[in-house]
Design a protein around this ligand. Structure first.
Ligand code: SAM
Length: 292
């Protein structure tokens, strides 16, 4: 049998055969490190017959290992030169089952996905669906928001992203990385850092290292009735990160006395910087600010 797609030799052979040019504007950095690839599959806890959505399969290095681990894979890709390569290079039979029964690709921007409609005739919605991806870095945050807010309730999201973004996802209050992204995600999911991957593991090499993060829905989500409003209030509180909360609140609550009363009533010190508040305190603040 062939050596894995994610080995440097095989990737190079595919690049030569199909004249593949990694497209920078699509965030194409192909994984060429079998340890990292298997690390992602392990972090996602893939078992036989798991239903997996993959975002951006590229030339299939991760897709191949997901399939070999027994998963059924539905992939979103935007580069129309890739599907013929994937169809040829991915294993044609997996444990006696044909590739067509285990793998389906849709040429579509994942940010325009209608998961239920797209996947309907391939996946069984009564069973868990996992997302696994080596994300295109130019749209990491919008993708995380789209997945977190999707009406499909994913069992887990195992996502590779820039190390800096992963640090923001798992940040604790009182640290520089703590901010609106941290709060938007941690109010919905548990964040676990699974592994760090060197920039040397990619072709072409990005400037920075990457991390794989596993996000799982919180069983006990804090009550936030209006997400959009909540995210907006948090964003306003962080509009000038180095200024005090009192200062940042000026746009939301222009009246000085009202502001003082609000903070007093919530028992929050207005001299704190936004990063020093807890997530629970942001939830309290948002409740007191009327929706736009
Ligand atoms: N999974 C492959 C790997 O690990 O080697 C490729 C990962 S590469 C970092 C990101 C992939 O996402 C590319 O194949 C790129 O074409 C694709 N992509 C970029 N923008 C996308 C979008 N809006 N929707 C879906 N896929 C996208």
């Amino acid at each position: 049998s062939k050596i894995p797609i994610g080995s440097p030799v095989r990737t190079q052979a595919i690049v030569n055969r199909y004249f593949v040019k990694a497209k920078k504007n699509l965030g194409q950095n192909f994984l060429v490190d079998q340890n990292a690839i298997l690390g992602i599959v392990a972090a996602a806890g893939i078992e036989a017959d798991d239903q997996v959505i993959e975002i951006g399969p590229g030339i299939g290095s991760l897709t191949e290992q997901l399939l070999l681990a027994g998963a059924k894979v539905f992939a979103y890709e935007v580069d129309d030169s890739l599907p013929p390569i994937l169809q040829t290079e991915l294993p044609q039979k997996i444990n006696g089952v044909s590739l067509a029964d285990r793998f389906k690709l849709i040429l579509k921007d994942v940010l325009k996905a209608d998961f239920k409609a797209d996947i309907g005739d391939f996946f069984d919605f009564s069973k868990p669906i996992k997302v696994v991806a080596n994300l295109p870095y130019y749209i990491t945050t919008p993708i995380i928001f789209a997945l977190a807010e999707s009406d499909l309730h994913f069992a887990s999201l195992t996502l590779m992203m820039q190390k800096e973004v992963a640090e923001r996802l798992e940040a604790k209050p009182g640290t520089k990385a703590f901010g609106p992204l941290t709060i938007a995600v941690q109010t919905q999911m548990q964040v676990k850092l699974a592994l760090t991957v060197s920039h040397n593991s990619f072709m072409p090499r990005p400037k920075v290292d990457s991390s794989v993060v596993v996000l799982t829905p919180l069983t006990d989500k804090p009550a936030i009735s209006n997400r959009e409003h909540f995210n907006w209030v948090v964003k306003m509180c962080f509009s000038q990160r180095r200024k005090t909360l009192n200062n940042n609140l000026k746009t939301l609550v222009p009246d000085k006395d009202e502001r003082k009363q609000l903070l007093q009533c919530l028992g929050i010190d207005g001299h704190l910087r936004p990063e020093d508040l807890t997530i629970a305190q942001f939830i309290e603040i948002a409740k007191e600010i009327p929706a736009k």
